[in-house]
Ligand binder design. Structure first.
Ligand SMILES: NC(=O)c1ccc[n+]([C@@H]2O[C@H](COP(=O)([O-])OP(=O)(O)OC[C@H]3O[C@@H](n4cnc5c(N)ncnc54)[C@H](O)[C@@H]3O)[C@@H](O)[C@H]2O)c1
Length: 280
């Protein structure tokens, strides 16, 4: 629902008296957002597939095959942000035979990735210097950064793009949060790319929308346990019993129950616990 940036929808939902649970704030035991993970998995995998095809000459790319050929070196993929999107983009890039480097600001994340990919991936701390070094030598860059609760950090400046190889590709998956490249602007599946300074920019905001059958199944798998709980216990008891589902509650019978939404829109906040206890 992303209510913090949508005052009209918020006002309408509050006025409706409905109970509204948002996918984007339901949590799990590890503090992750389980209902967003399937879309990030798909976006990471598909972005790599798409970006690889844009390296082809007729798509404006430099005309290389990521996997190389016998006696010809593979392409170099640089992934900025080693979370769900980055990890899944990496799986596909390795499958295509590319050489892969992942940059992240979290050393714990880099350690996990090193173990997960059994040393087949170059894991690098993301700093101004490493970004400069890796982005300018990459054939394909995937932007997959996320700063929870904030807009994506612009890790690739327009100036850095000017220093990239001609015909390189940037897939800015973080475009749905504003993008992590200064040049990025939202594009669609019908017209997915534009070229700036000889570099192909792929900036589709809803990447999983291209594969709705896979995306719907993946989303349904993640959602079904919560739907079952709501059907079995009813909305109020399910919310009282399950703190993770309760985190998802944004509006309950005319009251706003997420502090960050109330803050952003200057509206009154009520804790989910207090409104649930007060209702019968
Ligand atoms: N376009 C689409 O269709 C689509 C679909 C799903 C997700 N997304 C977007 O993809 C982005 C990544 O999502 P995710 O689920 O992988 O998030 P995530 O939280 O799992 O991972 C984000 C990673 O970025 C790292 N990071 C933060 N700042 C960094 C920096 N300056 N340099 C390098 N790494 C940095 C974090 O440490 C983290 O590991 C988000 O912006 C999300 O909104 C887009």
């Amino acid at each position: 629902m992303h209510l913090a940036s949508d005052p009209q929808q918020t006002a309408d939902l509050v006025a409706s008296g409905a109970s509204c649970i948002a996918y984007e704030t339901v949590t799990d035991d590890d503090g992750k957002l389980p209902l967003l993970i399937p879309m990030s998995e798909i976006a990471g995998r598909l972005a790599m597939q798409e970006a690889a095809s844009h390296l082809e000459k007729h798509h404006g790319g430099m005309g290389i095959l990521l996997g190389g050929a016998t006696g010809v070196e593979p392409g170099h993929v640089v992934i900025i942000g080693g979370g769900v999107v980055g990890r899944n983009a990496c799986k596909i890039a390795l499958g295509l035979g590319a050489k892969v480097s992942i940059l992240d600001t979290s050393t714990a994340k880099l350690e996990q990735l090193k173990t997960l990919f059994e040393g087949r991936v170059n894991c690098v701390l993301s700093t101004t210097e490493s970004l400069q070094q890796y982005v300018t030598t990459a054939d394909l860059v995937v932007g997959a950064v996320l700063v929870p609760g904030g807009a994506a950090t612009q890790v690739i400046s327009a100036d850095l793009v000017r220093k990239m190889k001609p015909g390189a590709v940037i897939a800015d998956v973080a475009i749905d949060q504003g993008g992590c490249c200064e040049n990025s602007r939202p594009t669609t599946h019908k017209d997915p790319t534009f070229i700036v300074d000889g570099v192909v920019h792929y900036c589709v905001t809803n990447i999983p929308g291209a594969v709705p059958r896979t995306a719907s199944k993946a989303l349904n798998n993640a959602t079904l346990p919560y739907i079952r709980e709501l059907a079995r216990s009813g909305i109020r008891s399910a919310l009282m019993q399950n703190p993770h589902l309760r985190h998802g509650l944004n509006v309950y019978r005319g009251k706003l129950t997420r502090p960050e939404v109330a803050d952003a829109l200057g509206l009154e906040y009520h804790s989910a616990e207090s409104v649930l206890k007060a209702s019968s």
